[in-house]
Structures are given as C-alpha cells and as structure tokens.
Design a protein around this ligand. Sequence first.
Ligand SMILES: CC(C)(COP(=O)(O)OP(=O)(O)OC[C@H]1O[C@@H](n2cnc3c(N)ncnc32)[C@H](O)[C@@H]1OP(=O)(O)O)[C@@H](O)C(=O)NCCC(=O)NCCS
Length: 195
Amino acid sequence: MGLVAASGASCPNGLVGQSGCYVPRVKSYRCAVLIREATDADLPVIAPFFREIVAEGETYAFPEDLDDDGVRAWWFEDLPGRTVVAVDDDGTVLGTAKMGPNRPARGSHIGTASFMVSPGSRGQGVGRALAEHVVDWHREQGYDGIQFNAVVETNTAAVALWKSLGFEVLATVPGAFESRRHGKVGLHVMFLPLR
Ligand SMILES: CC(C)(COP(=O)(O)OP(=O)(O)OC[C@H]1O[C@@H](n2cnc3c(N)ncnc32)[C@H](O)[C@@H]1OP(=O)(O)O)[C@@H](O)C(=O)NCCC(=O)NCCS
C-alpha cells in the first residue's frame, strides 16, 4: 500500500524503508514491524491466537472453538476489505488486523476494523503499528471516518490506544458484552472522523 510511517536510522533489521514498515514507539523490543497482506499461509499462525483471544472472553463476541476454516470466515476479508498481518524481521506473525467498509452500499464511506495481537507480542508497539496502518489506509482510500462498533468498555488497552489516535466514544450500549471476568459490561461505539 506504499505506507511508510517512520524511518529509523539505527534499525538493524533491514525493514525500515520498505513499504508498510512501521517503527513502534516502544523500541526496546522490536526495531520495526512490517505490515503486509495476510495470505492463507498465515492462517495456521493466526488461528491459534484468534481462538485464545476469543476464549479469554474479554474482547470479542466471536464464536469460541472455531476450526481454522471458521477463523478464516470470520477474520479474512474479501475486497474491498482486507486483512493484514504484522510480522517481525524473521517473518514471525505478531498480530493481525482486518478492515473495510462498516456497511455496504450507502454506508460504505465509513470504515471499520478489528485487531488482534498475539498474547506473547503485546505491549511492544505492534497494536499501535497496526492501528496507524489502518487509519492511514482508510485515509488513502477516501473514507469519511472509521467506526468501531463494539469496543468492550473494560478493554483498557484498546480504549486507550483508540483514544490516543483520536477516536471518541460516541455512546456505550449498556451491558451488551458478557465479560468472563466482569460480567455484563458496556460496548463503546467509537468514531474517528477523517474529513
Ligand atoms: C488491544 C491490542 C490490539 C493492543 O495491542 P498491543 O500491541 O498490546 O499495543 P501496543 O503495545 O501497541 O500499545 C499501544 C497502546 O495501547 C495501550 N496499552 C497497551 N497495553 C496496555 C495495558 N496493558 N494497559 C493499558 N494500556 C495499554 C497504551 O495506550 C499503548 O500506548 P503507548 O504506545 O503509548 O504505550 C492488544 O492488546 C490485543 O490484541 N488485545 C486482544 C484483542 C483486542 O482487544 N482487540 C481490540 C478489540 S477493540
């Protein structure tokens, strides 16, 4: 997509400067994250952490215990949407995001996206790199804004990340998500205008 978010003079891993290369703000762990289109070859890596995240019961209302084909059906977007992965310099998939129109036809000028960073790769800037990529992509594609339909209010990491990128909570649907730890909690509708 021609998205280069940062340059890093001292980056040793050779990714910086490549299309889709992001330098996370937390530089102590990863020098850079390359974001590329997801392919079917990534499914065996994505599917286990997809299942783990859903089974945690704190962030997504996807069905639990999907097989790999089920994960593909829920996570891999067809055009005009897309699914990407964030990989490190040895090609390890650290996280993934999907994006595209929030609604078809007369709703298609507003985008949406979903994110999953593998539990072992959190807190290292991968989610921020994916989120910045998603915002850049929507801008490049000419979307009017990005709507997140169902951000669990107790998902403090996600809410903080989206707010730091300029998203606002428009409304909270009370008790709309049954958290494993907290019981019924609200779902935020969050929005970032791009025009
Ligand atoms: C939400 C998620 C995508 C964040 O990814 P991440 O790679 O851990 O996030 P980053 O390391 O890029 O941190 C980005 C920001 O998130 C917030 N954040 C991350 N971890 C946090 C934590 N443990 N507590 C509070 N805020 C946190 C901070 O605001 C951080 O800002 P910084 O860059 O100034 O430090 C990741 O935790 C995840 O995949 N969670 C499970 C699925 C999910 O919740 N998806 C989003 C649903 S709306």
